[in-house]
Design a protein around this ligand. Structure first.
Ligand code: ARG
Ligand code: ZN
Length: 889
């Protein structure tokens, strides 16, 4: 059934306190839940409805006495409750954590207990008003076998622990903060902790802990350092201190998402905790830093102020992604590294969120309805939501935004609120800002789905020495939203002279220059701006830093883009110019040549420009790596109305081979100059060098493929063997695997035996093979074989993703087969996974989101596969919603 935002009503009861007692047992865990409740006087008197899911109900007592109750579907309904004052409700249930393969609620992983309650998992632990606007004080008693579960954790402070009879023991935890039930957590098992005591600015001492399985202690240093950095950053940038004596992170290898911000007890996918140089790549290190930061920052944006209802999810997620992005940027020592981070974030937005916003699952940052809330933990809520917050910061300035945050906490600390409340606070704290003046219109970013298109045109008047930029904006229809009103679009822009110099900007000839960058705030369907005293025809640098999440159309000439690529002061637009040039050739080739082979390819000027970037004396390696990486197949496909994924793949591969060949000497130079880095540190500067060396090696192996040269594959194998860190090792292995060289086989075998017990490394081993460049259709049979491997386990989300998602979602050239076998595989896996873990299945289901754009025969075949899944009678809500949206017209 569909849940609608417009139907929100306040809860009929408040739950003030919750005392939970768990007798933990994998097969049958007993849960005693004693609550005190009272009626919400603002709501008409009605029955109390408590949510439950897969629970065995044994007993219900009101004020200690038996009472009548009924079941309405999954809800427990209590009708005869006291009219006045508080009453006690006691509910006794059991559940079976060992059978919980959905990984929502209480489950077992590697013989330990974990919970995941967001969004609606708490109802799988006990009957409750499972909604975020019911905030209560929790005390939790955990009882379990002491030998099997020596560590017993829950939210807040440990107030008591001791032994019980029969080898059991207990621990009692009290959370000093009220919280919604989605932030509840418990952990029990054989775990060890890295500990660190820190003293905050105000002199208070805190205990930080990172809990892992005993063998993983040597991979916890980076997570701990990231946590310490997070605590310091939130206090320094936003004045938000740690409000707990103890802050715990626990890692589990069975987890649906990345991590979870449970109050004081964050639970993480091991992927975002465990790292050392032998097992984790630079990207892993960077992800850990940002996810640890993200969950920590939720302590204020999410936990202290939470969401009124799940339609407001972006209130906490968009804001917290924005905060973790800023955190990672602020930790960069060099300004150029900030730009690299921004480019990476935009790349995610454009390759994942833009397609979502253009497809059947398109939804506003604040959705109006859903069937299954788990389907709305999306790149739109997270990444586009973060862009909306970023635009607010752009409109009020950095210190204005900090003021806005302060007012937000002053007004709403301890409450469950809405996206409107947040936007209003930022605007009210900056009454003279463009945001305050345009707030109702600005909030269309929350209500209207779809990526706006911004069309720009430039006119130079040599006689008048003026340059006029004209803009018009539009936004395509999305499901349920046919017509869109204009957005507030902050456009950061500058003008670049033909020689590459930044031109001073004069908006009125008699006024002084506004500098060389100007923030234009668009509000109309069409409008323009004229710059004066412009002595030469400029090249406009529009949307610097990607100042708004829009698609910018500007009819640049190649020469103009080459100027921006060589000279723009804004690193984002400098990178963007290179991407536009590459995209232009790719699209030209796709249109020109049916098989992608006879295409003209990259023009000489582009190749020379790439050479110049690669050899540039001052640009840093990380930036070069981004510029020299061609737009992804997914991003190229998004630019086309009809997509033949095979053609896209062939064209992009041909472009890569051309770059490999024509820049051969430059790649050799790049590899030789960047291959050695001294002792390993995952900082941005040395990561950038490794990334560039890795890209160079990849191109060199690709070039070797067509020339039958064996030197570079040999060198790659050597580097693979000798590398002292996972980044270099995996890059070398991947160069061999992707180029299809025969040394890939022994290298893969060696890699596997080297890392036998390392789950996260084996995930990489699986993912590399499933994501391998397809030459003659070998990838699908390889994927099927990998699923029979002794180390494969469909029930483990990381492992399932490493094989199935790496193939279906991340390897379009191999997945979209002319014989439809990729889609058949997809439908089998969606159906199979749905019986185990609907959330994971629904994510996989989205691999065919964009099927309507496919060329034949792909389109019809994809349609068949979707219908095959839809035909199954007992699909989960999760998968049903995704599939029926995909099939809707
Ligand atoms: N709040 C978590 C985060 O973004 C995500 C948890 C979502 N889990 C889920 N099962 N939907 O950090
Ligand atoms: Zn989050």
């Amino acid at each position: 059934t569909t849940v609608r935002r417009a139907d929100y009503s306040a809860p009929a009861f408040w739950i003030d306190t919750v005392a939970l007692t768990f007798d933990l047992d994998p097969a049958k865990t007993r849960v005693l839940n004693k609550m005190t409740l009272r009626r919400n006087p603002e709501v008409p008197a009605q029955a109390l409805r408590l949510d439950g899911d897969e629970l065995n109900l044994a007993r219900v007592l009101i004020n200690g006495a038996g009472c009548s109750f009924k079941m309405d579907g999954n809800q427990l309904v209590l009708e005869n409750l006291p009219q006045e004052g508080a009453f006690e409700l006691e509910i006794f249930t059991t559940c079976a954590p060992i059978k919980n393969t959905k990984l929502m609620g209480l489950y077992v992983s590697n013989d330990s207990f974990f919970t995941q309650c967001e969004a609606e998992g708490f109802r799988r632990i006990t009957y409750f008003m499972d909604r975020p606007d019911v905030m209560a004080s929790y005390s939790v008693t955990l009882r379990a076998d002491k030998a099997k579960y020596p560590v017993l954790l829950s939210n807040g402070n440990l107030v008591e622990q001791g032994d019980l009879e029969d080898g059991r023991h207990f621990a009692r935890w009290v959370d000093p903060h009220k919280k919604p039930c989605y932030l509840f957590a418990l952990v029990a098992g054989k775990l060890v902790a890295r500990e660190q005591r820190i003293v905050a600015r105000n002199g208070k001492e805190h205990l930080l802990q990172v809990y892992v399985r005993p063998g993983d202690m040597d991979k916890t240093e980076h997570a701990m350092q990231s946590l310490i950095n997070s605590v310091i950053w939130d206090e320094a940038r936003f004045g938000l201190p740690l409000d707990l004596e103890r802050f715990m992170i626990v890692a589990t290898s069975d987890f649906n998402m990345g991590a979870m911000e449970n109050k004081g007890l964050n639970i993480f996918n091991t992927k975002y905790v465990l790292a050392n140089q032998a097992t984790a790549t630079d990207v892993d290190f960077a992800n850990i830093e940002s996810v640890v930061g993200h969950e920590y920052f939720h302590n204020w944006t999410g936990n202290r102020i939470t969401c009124r209802d799940w339609f407001q999810l972006s209130l906490k997620e968009g804001l917290t992604v924005f905060r973790d992005q800023e955190f990672s940027m602020d930790l960069c020592a060099e300004p150029s590294a900030r730009a690299v981070k921004r480019i990476e974030d935009v790349r995610v937005l454009r390759t994942a969120q833009f397609p979502e916003d253009a497809g059947p699952m398109a939804h506003p940052v604040r959705p109006d309805s859903y069937i299954e809330i788990n389907n709305f933990y999306t790149v739109t809520i997270y990444e586009k939501g973060a862009e909306v917050v970023r635009m607010m910061q752009t409109l009020v300035g950095r210190s204005g935004f900090a003021k806005g945050m302060a007012l937000y906490f002053e007004r709403f600390d301890g409450q469950a609120v809405t996206c409107d409340d947040f936007a209003q606070a930022v605007a009210d704290a900056n009454p003279d800002s463009a945001l305050a003046k345009l707030l109702p219109q600005f909030k269309r970013w929350y209500s209207q789905a779809g990526t706006p298109r911004l069309q720009a045109r430039g006119d130079y008047n040599a006689a008048e020495r003026t340059y006029t930029l004209s803009f018009s904006q539009s936004c395509p229809a999305t499901p349920g939203q046919d017509n869109k009103e204009p957005f507030v679009i902050p456009v950061q822009l500058g003008l670049v002279g033909a020689s590459g110099a930044a031109l001073p900007l004069h908006i009125q000839s008699d006024l002084a220059s506004v500098g060389d960058s100007h923030l234009l705030v668009l509000t109309q369907a069409s409008e323009s701006i004229t710059f004066e005293n412009v002595n030469e025809e400029p090249v406009p640098s529009i949307l610097r830093g990607f100042s708004a999440p829009v698609i910018l159309d500007f009819d640049y000439t190649d020469a103009q883009l080459l100027t921006l690529l060589a000279h723009d002061h804004d690193p984002f637009n400098r990178w963007e110019a290179g991407q536009r040039l590459a995209l232009r050739s790719a699209i030209q080739s796709i249109v020109d040549s049916p098989d992608g082979i006879r295409a003209k390819g990259l023009n000489h000027a582009y190749v020379e420009a790439m050479r110049a970037v690669l050899r540039h004396p001052t640009l840093d390696a990380a930036f070069k790596e981004l510029v020299l990486t061609l737009p992804s197949e997914t991003y190229i496909a998004e630019q086309l109305d009809v997509v033949d994924p095979q053609r896209v793949h062939a064209v992009r591969e041909a472009m890569r081979e051309q770059l490999a060949r024509e820049l051969l000497a430059d790649w050799e130079w790049a590899f030789e100059t960047h291959k050695a880095n001294g002792s390993y540190r995952p900082d941005t500067l040395s990561s950038g060098r490794r990334a560039l060396a890795g890209l160079a090696l990849n191109y060199l192996c690709l070039a070797a493929r067509s020339s039958e040269d064996t030197v570079w594959p040999g060198k790659a194998y050597q580097r693979f063997k000798d590398a002292d860190n996972m980044t270099d090792r995996l890059n070398a292995l991947s160069a061999l695997v992707h180029s299809g060289h025969e040394l890939a086989k022994p290298a893969l075998a060696r890699f596997h035996s080297l890392f036998k017990g390392e789950e996260l490394v084996l995930d990489k081993w699986f993912a590399l093979q499933a994501g391998c460049c397809d030459r003659g259709g070998q990838v699908l049979p390889a994927v099927r074989a990998l699923m029979k491997h002794a180390d494969f386990n469909l029930k483990n989300p990381n492992r399932a993703r490493s094989v199935i998602f790496s193939y279906c979602s991340a390897n379009p050239g191999a997945f979209h087969r002319g014989d439809a076998a990729g889609y058949v595989f997809w439908s089998e896996q969606v159906l199979e996974l749905d019986t185990i873990n609907p959330q994971v299945a629904a994510r996989l289901a989205r691999a065919l989101d964009r099927w309507k754009k496919l060329a034949e025969p792909f389109k019809t075949a994809a349609h068949e596969a979707l219908k095959r899944v839809a035909a199954k009678a007992d699909l989960s809500n999760d998968v049903r919603e995704v599939i029926s949206r995909a099939l809707a017209d």
